[in-house]
Design a protein around this ligand. Structure first.
Ligand code: ADP
Ligand code: MG
Length: 631
């Protein structure tokens, strides 16, 4: 070893210099200092820890939020001949056991895992036995409830310090509001961290906000112009499928991605997109975090995102290779009203939560001051219709009560479950040895039912609850855990909502305990949406300047390539001239955009704007061979 950071950079990655604060971060890590690195999307956060990890003895443990992300990074490292390993979903206990052993004895340099995995006893035990060079928390904003991707499991990352107090902890994110970074430092117990923030200015992305009543038509045009990759962001799963279909019908290579498709399909689709077999990914915000494709030249937001954080992070996936690229937000007159409806009007306020709480008590006939441990079955739709309640608001209010430990809500309550053991007995015994929490439970199950290794067996959770003195809810959880670890196969038929009251009825006072928190969270959401809408409406200040200001950065120079800058730069005269010339040319014969550009000798920006205006005004159209013609 004993190589310098630069030598490592060029030996493995073939790059000759560091970007932004990479080198400073690497030096801090080398000196054993904790780090909070706030670098924009595409800023090169991975190298900040990958380079020093190769300089140090031991293994670098990386917590990362998404399986796809883990796979992508591990594959990239493996391609470079670096020993890296990721704990994927759907691994059997025995496999994890073996993989972690490999880490300890096999001289691995990187272990990637999700925050949920980190909570497993076995995983923690094994990490304790490893020679850890550093801990990395990627996408660290997930730890903060002020961030936009709050993920409760991330709070569990603080355990790392207990497992190994010595190695430095590196937190990295592209979300840089003050509140979020303070939260990260606090939650991860970073000690005297080296905090560094690089500029979030992305000089090669042209941000545009376009108002049009024909979003589909516009979308199609943009997609037809690309030569590399694009991502189209939508807010609903249905819309993702619908738009993808629309683009395919228009002879474009598109597919879709959202939280509702199974893991295998997700990986498949991500891969065909990464390998350029399809160019366009239509997706909800489930797609993209940390995905590193250098040649994305177009990001379209087909619907308005709920915050500038989300917008900027998604748009920032364009142009990682430094090439000119576009981030276009398509909007129309009804969108803004819709956004308010979808994001703001569904936020229950304190009075509403109080009202719902009272109605729940009335519905279940619970008296004032009474505390009941009964498990209630809530027919949600009936409840809403009896009291004439808005379902979204009510659902959110119930979630709020759950989050604040007034009630405990489970959606997957199932009356009927069947299980079957799918491991070898040896593996099961090892599992039991390593999971003392579940050992007794498994033994009772095995004693109660015969044939569990041969057949699907129906389980009576009530009976098990008596035998084990565990609540039925916990029994369900235990089975879920066993299924996750692939010790058993588990099926359940779910019914409606099930709920338990966790505190005696005290009406308003129960809610007052966290009223401030409700107000704050609501306020925060409203503020975020409002800022997003302001950004859309403000067409006098350079888009990049507006975005950076939101992240607390003062940017003096205009980007020169956003819709605001372009309209100021060209005025309208260039476009008007271009339009006249295009009409003249098309009178003679139809032509594609390349041919037009050669003839017109204007910038691509002006040409595109001119063509778009002509299309919108129905003066020209695009024919089946991708040529423009007069109408
Ligand atoms: P982030 O996690 O900050 O969004 P990544 O770590 O995924 O960004 O890096 C984005 C891209 O930039 C990758 O393709 C990476 O190889 C490239 N990159 C990072 N650092 C450098 C560098 N110093 N020189 C050239 N390319 C780099
Ligand atoms: Mg990253």
């Amino acid at each position: 070893m004993n190589k310098t950071p630069k030598e490592i950079l060029s030996k493995y990655w073939g790059f000759d210099s560091f970007r932004g604060s990479q080198e400073e971060i690497i030096n801090a890590i080398s000196n054993g200092q904790d780090v909070l690195g706030l670098l924009p999307t595409g800023g090169g956060k991975s190298l900040c820890f990958q380079v020093p990890a190769l300089m140090k003895e031991g293994i670098c443990i990386v917590i990362s939020p998404l399986i796809a992300l883990i796979e992508n990074q591990v594959n990239n490292l493996q391609k470079l001949g670096i020993k890296a390993l990721g704990l994927k979903g759907g691994l059997k206990f025995a496999e994890i056991d073996k993989l972690l052993d490999n880490c300890i004895y096999g001289n691995y340099k990187f272990l990637y895992l999700s925050p949920e995995r980190l909570q497993q006893e076995l995983v923690q035990e094994r990490i304790k036995a490893m020679n850890v060079s550093m801990f990395v928390i990627d996408e660290a904003h997930c730890i903060s409830q002020w961030g936009h991707d709050f993920r409760p499991a991330y709070l569990g990352c603080s355990i790392l310090r207990e497992l190994h107090p010595a190695p430095p902890v590196i937190a990295l994110t592209a979300t840089a509001t003050k509140r979020v970074s303070d939260d990260i430092i606090k939650s991860l117990h970073l000690t005297y961290p080296f905090v560094v923030k690089d500029t979030f200015f992305r000089k090669n992305i042209g941000f545009e906000v376009i108002t049009t009543e024909d979003k589909n038509g516009r979308l199609k045009q943009y997609c037809q112009q690309i030569t590399h990759s694009a991502i189209i962001y939508v807010r609903s799963r249905r819309k993702a499928e619908e738009l993808s279909r629309y683009l395919v019908q228009n002879n474009l290579k598109a597919t879709f991605y959202h939280g509702g498709i199974d893991q295998k399909k997700k990986t498949e689709r991500l891969n065909i997109w990464l390998e350029d077999k399809v160019q366009i990914m239509v997706a909800t915000n489930a797609f993209g975090m940390g995905i590193d494709k250098p040649d994305v030249e177009l990001i379209v937001h087909y619907q308005i995102p709920d915050s500038l954080e989300n917008y900027f992070q998604e748009a920032g996936r364009a142009g990682r290779n430094g090439d000119f690229s576009k981030a276009i937000l398509l909007t129309n007159t009804t969108d803004k009203i819709l956004v308010k409806k979808q994001f703001i009007e569904i936020l229950p306020d304190v009075a509403y939560v109080k009202m719902i709480y009272k109605k729940l008590n009335t519905y279940f006939q619970i008296g004032y001051g009474e505390f009941t441990e009964t498990k209630f079955h809530l027919n949600f739709n009936e409840f809403c219709s009896i009291y004439k309640l808005n379902t979204f608001l009510t659902y959110n209010a119930l979630q709020l009560l759950d989050r604040n430990s007034v009630i405990s809500l489970s959606e997957n309550f199932s009356k009927k479950i069947t299980i079957k053991f799918v491991t070898e007995k040896d593996t099961l015994y090892r599992y039991i040895d390593n999971n003392l929490k579940l050992a007794e439970f498994i033994k009772v199950v095995l004693r109660t039912y015969g044939g569990l290794f041969e057949f699907d067996t129906q389980i009576n959770t009530y009976l098990l609850s008596k035998k084990t003195s565990l609540s039925e809810a916990l029994i369900h959880k235990n089975f879920e855990q066993l299924a996750k670890d692939e010790i058993i196969e588990y099926q359940s038929v779910s019914s409606d909502l099930e709920m338990v009251f966790l505190v005696p009825r005290d009406d308003d006072r129960t809610i007052n305990m966290f009223a401030k928190n409700i107000e704050e969270q609501n306020q925060l959401k409203i503020e975020k949406v409002t800022k997003m809408l302001n950004f859309i409406e403000n067409d006098t200040v350079c888009r990049s300047i507006q975005l950076l200001a939101y992240f607390g950065e003062v940017q003096e120079n205009e980007c020169g390539i956003c819709d605001v800058c372009i309209s100021q730069k060209t005025g309208n005269t260039h476009i008007v001239h271009a339009k006249i010339k295009i009409i003249q040319l098309l009178k003679e014969k139809s032509a594609n955009s390349k041919e037009l550009q050669v003839q017109l000798k204007v910038t691509q920006e002006v040409l595109i704007m001119a063509i778009q205006e002509l299309l919108e005004d129905n003066i020209i159209s695009l024919n089946t061979t991708n040529e423009y013609q007069l109408l």
